[in-house]
Design a binder for this molecule. Structure first.
Ligand code: CA
Length: 231
């Protein structure tokens, strides 16, 4: 790693938003570059090797999904999508095309910073590894013993619920699409319906959340999927 804070490339054609993001990032001591088109963004991506990319899906010269695939073809740099409200389909397609996360306009700077910290963790490989004990508030998961505790109490999960929980913990802070979850939990080739995932998630929540209506751990990303709380 070069220093503590990553270098961020913002690909966004809306000058006002791009300048606002760049200014805010610089105030937080991030180094930041902006590009107003896909062509310029790809050029800067190639030449300056940023650590994290913030990508607006609605660019004037190229389709956003194409840009993601092109970035992915070059390097595994974390890509955060900046999208407009109500574009659930676009967000899902973007995540499935290889984007790491998304943030919806208009957003608070604090929210963007939280997403960047998650991407930074991927960069630093500070991710949860297989076999490690996970603990957050009163939830504790011990994969070696295959034991899940809420407070002092052991909860019994079905194999599906347990797999879902581990996948969420491994990706904590990051949004997981229904497709992604179906692939990881049920395996490739099987297209489990969103409804099935909802049911398994609801059961898991009932077992690990103090209040399923106000979940502490498994957060819903409406129309897209789920995100395991990051902090
Ligand atoms: Ca735009």
């Amino acid at each position: 790693m070069r220093g503590d804070n990553p270098r961020i490339l913002v690909i966004e054609d809306d000058r006002y938003i791009a300048d606002f993001i760049a200014l805010s990032l610089r105030q937080q001591n991030y180094s930041c570059q902006t590009a107003a088109s896909a062509a310029e963004g790809l050029f800067l991506f190639q030449s300056n090797r940023p650590d994290i990319v913030l990508l607006d899906l609605g660019l004037p010269d190229r389709d956003g999904l194409e840009v993601i695939r092109e970035l992915r073809g070059i390097r595994e740099t974390p890509v955060l999508i900046v999208s407009a409200r109500g574009q659930e389909k676009e967000k899902i397609d973007a995540l499935d095309a290889g984007a790491d996360d998304y943030i919806t306009k208009p957003f608070h700077m604090g929210e963007l910073m939280a997403r960047i910290r998650v991407a930074q963790r991927k960069l630093n490989r500070e991710t949860y590894t297989e076999g490690e004990i996970f603990s957050m508030d009163d939830l504790k998961v011990d994969p070696l013993k295959r034991q899940v505790l809420v407070g002092q109490e052991e909860v019994h999960l079905t194999p599906l619920e347990y797999r879902l929980l581990l996948i969420m913990i491994r990706n904590r802070g990051k949004v997981l699409t229904h497709n992604h979850i179906a692939r990881e939990v049920w395996g490739y080739g099987e297209s489990e319906s969103t409804q099935t995932i909802r049911v398994v998630t609801a059961n898991l929540r009932r077992k690990i959340e103090r209040d399923s209506a106000k979940p502490r751990y498994i957060l819903t990303e409406i129309g897209v999927g789920y995100r395991f709380a990051d902090e």
